[in-house]
Design a binder for this molecule. Sequence first.
Ligand code: NAD
Length: 252
Amino acid sequence: MDNTAIIETVRGWVAASKRIVVLTGAGISTDSGIPDFRGPQGVWTRNPQAEKQSTLQHYLADVEVRQAAWRGRLSHPAWTAQPNAGHRALVALESRGLLHALITQNIDELHQIAGNGADKVIEVHGTIRRVMCWQCRRRWPMPEVLERVRAGETDPHCPECGGILKSDTISFGQALVPEVIDRAFTVAGEADLMLAIGSTLQVQPVAGVVPIARRAGAKIVIVNAEPTACDPIADAVLRGPIGEILPAICGG
Ligand code: NAD
């Protein structure tokens, strides 16, 4: 079957569903100018050293890793990125009353900025728009600390306790927030259709929501430019640009 025929089939499944659960990864935001990690133009594909900045153990141990991370945060494309057609298609899905929940691995908040309800979005890997103190666990908006970096601090510390600061995102080697990942697993088990979009589905445990939905009887649809770890258990795999495919399958 070519994509056109699969799109028609999936449109029908979408229209017939009542509890669609969506899982998004970095691939939905590349059209907004935020590179993914593992795609052909991904941050890690181009610079394997960058992976260290996302690894908790290196971040806490090495001031140079933190300084590089702060420089990266200052110039992060999320600050100027706007939602794209893929994000807007998921807002349309919610407007049609079909969206049960939107689990995202992304840290850019573009789903909420596009117009998905904050109550629908489950951010399993946190958000770059907040900062956290690793020591006292205080959290507050990121721009305040970026201002300090702009003013010359290379490794800002907590103004309250002097602890190491990081973005309120889940680094590799860092535990997930139990209530958040549990909610993702719960909604996955309630889905009648799961759309997994723009993710290689390699990062665990979040990728586990796909087999959970499958076992609960949901149809599984994967939209991604490259093969994913869950293609073998999908009912439909759409390989191609998210910005074209999602509006075609989610529109009314
Ligand atoms: P990934 O980098 O492992 O995979 C992204 C996939 O999307 C790739 O297979 C790529 O080919 C595909 N893709 C990219 N653009 C596409 C497009 N326009 N159309 C179709 N397919 C496209 O992403 P992941 O599985 O989400 O894992 C990366 C981790 O890094 C996540 O845990 C996430 O937290 C984090 N991350 C987030 C952002 C963000 O917030 N925007 C960006 C980079 C990384």
